[in-house]
Design a protein around this ligand. Structure first.
Ligand SMILES: Cc1ncc(COP(=O)(O)O)c(C=O)c1O
Length: 384
């Protein structure tokens, strides 16, 4: 297996995805969670083969997807998932929203733990529900290690929320949740009649073996209250292909999934479904990408220590998103805007993830060392 690595800038500029279209060419873009890597060869061959055959029709049943995901989940996380519990949908956003529609009515309350993936807020707006927040809190010995506030969550559950949108593992903070924390959540959700929607899109990108726990693998209570929504799009870089999965763990939750309009399942794409089915067999590629990302998350620490020692950065436990506290630089209300205009380097503004993120930016390190070095160079030059 060749090393999976960031492509050169010249090649990346030919891409037409959001990350490479949103900014003028003199801006180095590091927002948007997509990778600057070449996708796995079997997926490339599959897609080029389909196009070559003009195999571009409608999506039918793709049992390979559920079978390959189940095998992956078993070997990666020792999680047994039955194929009948897996439902396809267009993307994770559609899965979260359409499954939530089977439970909530407009005006109902949905809990999040800010700072969190900004579309959680948009999904709640789409559902015409009310957002309730139990923010993450700093762990005892590290202000930048964010953990669940179980007491705050219990208070929110007791106040009457219908669904808890849980980002597991967590974007943008890079936190993983322990088996104990997830088990406590499941017990509380059962007690207060709350459903937990566990968005596990980042789960394959976890650096320490055994450190990620699929919510539905936790306990009977978790399976009674929980839904997992996930896809191969983050870990194998397939977001443009549009296919995700809603996974249930009990007959109660499966009945809800069965009640969704059938169109939810068929609105995934043919390319997405087959690419995802192939992705879950591409574990060598994933492991190689993970070792590059592992190097990058540490290299970023070195670069920041050398050039921007005032920036707060805890090496994340998952995914390729760095949550950078830039408050010490006093860059005003919108630090991301400062870096964009003064440094010609684009990050996500921390404020989109929640109010506590106002003095943070989110940097995507799924790129080459050269681009990372240039990004930190531009950042540092802009604060001098
Ligand atoms: C936590 C989380 N959920 C969902 C998504 C988007 O998934 P999709 O494109 O399948 O809706 C992202 C994208 O970065 C994400 O970080």
């Amino acid at each position: 297996m060749d090393r999976v690595d960031g492509l050169p800038l010249g090649q990346l500029h030919k891409r037409v995805s959001a990350k490479w279209r949103e900014f003028p060419a003199d801006v180095l873009p590091l927002p948007v969670a997509e990778m600057d890597f070449e996708i796995a060869l079997p997926i490339r061959e599959l897609l080029t083969g389909m196009v070559a055959r003009s195999d571009t029709g409608y999506l039918g049943a793709v049992p390979e997807l559920a079978a390959n995901f189940s095998a992956f989940a078993k070997s990666r996380w020792n999680w047994s998932v039955e194929s009948e519990q897996i439902f396809t949908c267009t993307d994770v956003g559609v899965g979260m929203v359409e499954m939530a529609r089977t439970i909530v009515s407009p005006g109902d309350r949905i809990l999040v733990n800010s700072p969190v993936y900004h579309n959680f807020y948009n999904w709640i707006i789409e559902l015409k529900c009310e957002m309730v927040d139990a923010p993450l809190v700093s762990s005892e010995n590290d202000a930048l290690h964010f953990v669940l506030d179980i007491d705050g969550i219990e208070k929110a559950y007791a106040s009457g929320v219908k669904i808890h949108f849980l980002c597991n593992p967590h974007n943008p903070t890079g936190s993983l949740f322990s088996r104990e924390e997830l088990s406590q959540l499941a017990d509380l959700a059962k007690k207060y009649g709350v459903y937990i929607f566990s968005d596990e899109i980042h789960a394959p990108i976890v650096y320490e073996k055994g450190a990620f726990h699929p919510f539905l693998s936790i306990s009977d209570n978790a399976r009674e209250v929980g839904v997992c929504v996930t896809s191969a799009s983050k870990a194998w870089n397939l977001a443009g292909l549009k296919c995700a999965m809603i996974i249930t763990g009990s007959s109660r939750i499966k009945a809800l999934a069965d009640s969704m309009p059938l169109s939810v399942h068929w609105r995934a794409s043919l390319f997405g479904a087959f690419a995802a089915a192939t992705a879950y067999t591409c574990t060598d590629w994933l492991d190689s990408a993970l070792s590059t990302l592992d190097r990058n998350r540490r290299y970023l620490k070195t670069l920041l220590n050398d050039s921007l020692p005032l920036v707060g950065y805890r090496i994340p436990d998952c995914s390729y998103l760095a949550w950078l506290d830039v408050s010490a630089h006093n860059l005003g209300e919108n630090p991301a805007e400062h870096f964009l205009t003064q440094g010609k380097v684009a990050f996500n503004a921390g404020s989109i993830f929640g109010p506590s993120g106002a003095q943070f930016v989110r940097l995507n390190f799924a790129t080459s060392e050269a681009i990372l070095e240039e990004a930190i160079f531009r950042m540092a030059a802009s604060v001098r």
